[in-house]
Design a protein around this ligand. Structure first.
Ligand code: GLV
Ligand code: GLV
Length: 369
């Protein structure tokens, strides 16, 4: 009798796990909503599991890979970001890991766009006014006004999948778009968007001609009304173009006092202490954040300062938190389905067993012949 394939999931990712149960896998799911302690993950890996399903809450490094030496065949991460997984360690131990790119692209991009709009039009302070019964009169400019996003200039920092989807949504709002990417420029995409913008102008759909182009970082930050971050977190030593604290005191000071920052990428791309100060001292006008250096956001975070609450929106790492995006068992629609597919590809030797051909494997470089 052949041994059943054993998988441990650090989190319940919903009905997609039934795919594994129906295949006869021996599946164990950590039952609590919080992440398991690392010691428990190590214990499970040591017990000889073939596959490990992780979330961005689980630190996956040499300790974990060493515990799975000779037995662990794949780590399947339920997220597009994988900064919690040490790529060099995975390669050292020859263990492929997968992510869930593509399926959360539009959800994350639209959430960033909605955050930008909510911030610009002051939806949060405006609703508080109504709910707290402080709405004393309708008035042309009292007690405050917001700003349109239509026709404004937005800087898109990072033009990978999510950055491009965000650009597409900004194009629909007749925004001027300045792009910056430290590692990769997709000029074909930018050209196609300019054609769309020109067509809308020529046909009278848009009132003004707007443009899109790549610029150096300084120009992207200094000439824009909105700055939206779509770069992966890369720490010093992990890449020739690290993004850790890309937004810091120096780069915040480049921004206009009316500028607003949106972060749906990873918390450490922004120096939070510098940002809180920038908001307190009005170097910039606002920020909307979905991700933080420490998650959940600590009670003593400077971002919680009541003095900046009117211009600082704080969301709970929620950009991909749409039902289909998170839970669909269809690998072309849901993170859950894609996570399971990535796991199965490796464990069942799909693609002729060639890891470099498996679309969801991230560290293909570790397996090139
Ligand atoms: C969420 O943050 C993800 O990386 O998928
Ligand atoms: C505003 O409500 C208007 O009617 O202009």
């Amino acid at each position: 009798m052949t041994q059943r394939i054993r998988v441990f999931a650090t989190c319940d990712i919903g009905d997609a796990l039934n795919i594994l149960r129906q295949k006869g896998y021996d599946l164990e799911v950590y039952p609590a909503p919080e992440a398991p302690p690392k010691s428990l993950v190590i214990e499970k890996v040591k017990s000889g599991i073939d596959g490990l399903i992780t979330t961005l809450r689980d630190p996956i490094d040499a300790e974990i890979f060493a515990a799975g030496k000779g037995t662990l065949k794949v780590v399947a991460q339920y997220a597009v970001g994988f900064d919690n997984i040490n790529r060099a360690d995975a390669n050292k131990y020859n263990i492929p890991f997968t992510n869930t790119a593509d399926v959360l692209t539009e959800a994350t991009a639209e959430f960033a766009f909605f955050l930008m709009g909510a911030l610009a039009r002051k939806l949060w302070p405006a609703e508080h006014l109504t709910r707290e019964n402080r709405w004393g009169y309708w008035h042309p400019y009292l007690p405050f006004l917001g700003d349109e996003v239509t026709g404004k200039t937005v800087a898109v920092i990072g033009t990978g999948r999510i950055g491009q989807a965000f650009i597409k949504k900004c194009a629909g709002f007749d925004m001027n778009i300045l792009c910056f990417d430290p590692a990769y420029e997709n000029h074909d995409y930018i050209k196609a968007i300019q054609e769309v913008l020109d067509f809308r102008f020529q046909r009278g759909i848009s009132r003004e001609r707007v443009t899109i182009r790549y610029t150096p970082l300084h120009e992207a930050l200094s000439n824009t009304d909105f700055i939206s971050l779509h770069a992966p977190l890369l720490r010093q030593g992990e890449s020739p173009t690290p993004t850790y604290h890309l937004i810091n005191e120096t780069t915040l000071r480049m921004m206009k006092p009316t500028a607003m920052l949106i972060n749906t990428s990873r918390g450490p791309v922004v120096d939070e202490v510098a940002l809180a100060r920038a908001l307190r001292e009005n170097w910039i006008a606002g920020a909307a954040l979905d991700v933080y250096a420490t998650e959940p956001l600590p009670a003593d975070s400077p971002l919680r300062d009541p003095a900046i609450a009117d211009r600082c929106r704080l969301l709970p790492h929620f950009a991909s938190a749409a039902r289909i995006t998170r839970l669909s068992p269809d690998p072309n629609q849901g993170m859950a389905g894609r996570c399971v597919q990535g796991l199965v590809d490796v464990l069942e030797g799909n693609y002729g067993g060639d890891i470099t051909k498996m679309p969801n494997v991230v560290n293909k470089e570790g397996f090139a012949k």
